[in-house]
Design a protein around this ligand. Structure first.
Ligand SMILES: [Zn+2]
Length: 609
């Protein structure tokens, strides 16, 4: 059971005012399909949409991987939120106040700690902003930002700030606001002082000093960490928050919360190398842009990326370390991973000595768009880059490089393989047949790693008996059933545990609302998450019978369930009778009972066709 720390009537209000289609649309592209909407599932990789959202039932279900539920569980699953914070997030969006008492009572301790650190990060961000805008020390920070072409509105939008050249300006300010040293350390903004040469030292000092501060936010725009850049040539040029409860640099991306809408709309997400590049491009109106948090792009970023777009564009400055890192990664995992997920990856190469920042400043958004239009696929890029390096190297190095490229090519589909081999042959002036022979050698050495089979949350066991129970519940959840058709069916008559649970819930509903609507099941699913997928599947799956035929279908299901029950009783009685006879006990009574059962059974068998 989820801890329900928020009053039920408020949850109900939020549910009524929020719209699941609107909420889901913020994460993925949905298209109208009959009464429902369909899109590519964000929870598993697929090429044809099986992710279905129903505006009338306010539920979603993926018929590919079985993930399903209501608006709250969608937000919980996609943003990794607790139930309470998913409710609060949606409440915020629809303008409903959730009493803060619920917040303090949140039983989930980690959730509470996260909340504390988020509040601290926000306070720290404000402090950095104030230092930039209002302090005399911040003047040089502001001058630096202006010199980099940052407009004031942009500085405010990205909440850029300044860390003073002091050992504890931030720590002191936060302490006076009631935060403890432990809070500061856990948030990653302060570092504990270490004892040195026998001198016992206590307390903490600021992690970020004399730097421009880039707050890094989660998808809801809450600050989870910071990046800091020096104003001169001091090393390290960039410094990021360490891993904390909130900040995971290998999974998160800078400015994703600002890029998400545009990435979905344009169906492309661009990854650049620096925070300033992101900001300059956003300022120029190109908003589907993010940056990694000082790490290479890896498989850990994929869950976040593929929520918003299947088309990734990597923007590289040709001389940078980024390219070399990309090549290394590309060869080992990038191609494999991206191709396996159906994500297409293009590489945008910038002119010499230019970064996105200088390109838009000199030529505007148009100049940058032109570069994007000229992007090449990742594999083209890898081939071109490896081979252009090869020409000025020793023969051995060239052969080694070629082998590496061939190994990469062997991971692509057959039709691409021959295309690439042809290109390489032309580029190197080698006979294509010679290359093919070598390619065969290379591909034998590298076997493609097996892709993880996606674990399917399959349908519950449904042999014949389960089928009637399932169909009956589907009709009930879809509001098609009149109570009298059920002929006083009891939950105890169900064989399958899951259906029995659901039917118990039906019976527990208030008399006047007895068997009315899917909304009762939404609440049930929230309290029993293990049933969410089953409920959403039954709620959104198309009916197998015609509207005018529903009463007959319901009555048939009931008869079928009863006949099956009698079958079980019949077998049980027969077994008991045999035992009694073997042990020489009188079995007269049992014969009579058995005969009664036989008759009842045949009556039901006739009814259920
Ligand atoms: Zn799915």
């Amino acid at each position: 059971m989820n801890p329900r720390t928020i009053p039920e009537d408020i949850i109900q209000q939020i549910r009524e005012r929020a719209d699941i289609v609107e909420t889901v649309s913020a994460y993925l592209r949905l298209n109208k399909a009959g009464q429902n909407f369909k899109g590519l599932c964000p929870f598993h990789s697929e090429k044809t949409p099986s992710f279905t959202v129903s505006p009338s039932r306010q539920m979603f279900h993926c018929f590919g991987c079985g993930t399903g539920g209501d608006i709250f569980s969608f937000v919980m699953k996609i943003d990794g939120e607790s139930f309470a914070s998913a409710v609060r997030q949606i409440a915020d969006r629809v303008g409903i106040q959730v009493p803060s008492v619920g917040m303090r009572q949140e039983r989930d301790e980690t959730g509470q700690r996260r909340e504390t650190l988020l509040q601290l990060n926000d306070a720290a961000t404000e402090f950095f902003e104030t230092s930039l805008w209002n302090s005399s020390l911040g003047k040089k920070g502001m001058e630096y930002l202006h010199a980099r072409g940052m407009q004031e509105e942009t500085i405010r939008t990205f909440r850029l700030g300044f860390a003073r050249p002091s050992w504890d300006a931030l720590a002191q300010a936060m302490r006076t606001k009631g935060w403890t040293d432990a809070d500061l350390v856990d948030a990653g903004i302060a570092i504990p002082r270490e004892s040195q040469e026998g001198k016992q030292r206590t307390g903490v000092y600021d992690r970020f000093r004399d730097r421009i501060i880039f707050p890094i936010s989660d998808l809801q725009g809450r600050v989870i960490g910071f990046g800091g850049r020096v104003l001169d040539d001091t090393q390290p040029k960039y410094l990021n928050s360490p891993e904390t409860l909130l900040f995971h640099k290998s999974r998160q991306l800078y400015a994703m919360e600002k890029a998400r809408t545009e990435a979905t709309r344009r169906n492309a997400l661009m990854v650049v190398e620096g925070y300033f590049d992101v900001i300059s491009l956003h300022q120029a109106g190109i908003r589907n842009v993010v940056a990694t948090l000082g790490t290479a792009l890896t498989s850990s970023h994929l869950p976040l990326i593929q929520r918003f777009s299947k088309n990734l564009k990597l923007v590289f400055d040709p001389d940078s370390a980024g390219i070399r890192a990309a090549l290394r990664t590309a060869a080992t995992e990038m191609l494999d991973l991206f191709a396996g997920r159906g994500i297409s990856v293009d590489v945008v190469t910038l002119p010499d000595q230019r970064d996105p920042d200088t390109v838009v400043r000199e030529g505007g958004a148009m100049a940058f768009d032109q570069l994007v239009d000229g992007a090449e696929t990742l594999i083209d890029f890898v081939i071109r880059h490896s081979l252009s390096q090869a020409t000025d190297q020793s023969i051995e190095a060239q052969v080694k490089n070629l082998d590496a490229v061939l190994a990469i090519i062997s991971r692509t589909s057959d039709s691409y393989q021959s295309l690439y081999l042809k290109q390489i042959a032309e580029r190197l002036g080698i006979d294509e047949h010679v290359l093919r022979t070598q390619h065969r050698g290379a591909s034998e050495k590298t076997s493609t790693p097996a892709r993880h089979a996606h674990k399917m949350a399959g349908p519950p066991p449904s042999p014949q008996s389960g089928k009637a129970e399932e169909m009956l519940l589907q009709l009930i959840i879809q509001d098609k059933v009149s109570p009298e058709w059920l002929d006083d069916l009891q939950a105890s008559e169900f064989v399958h545990r899951d259906y029995q649970e659901l039917f118990t819930w039906v019976q527990a509903m208030p008399e006047d609302e007895h068997i009315t609507s899917a909304k009762h099941f939404i609440a049930f699913g929230e309290q029993n998450p293990e049933y969410e997928s089953l409920i959403s599947r039954l709620a959104l799956r198309p009916l197998e019978c015609e509207e005018h035929d529903i009463e007959r279908a319901v009555r048939e299901c009931v008869s079928h369930i009863r006949a099956r029950n009698l079958d079980d009783q019949f077998s049980e009685r027969t077994r008991q009778m045999r035992i009694a006879e073997r042990e020489g006990r009188p079995a007269e009574d049992m014969h009579t009972q058995l005969e009664a059962l036989r008759q009842a059974k045949s009556a039901y068998a006739q009814q259920s066709g």
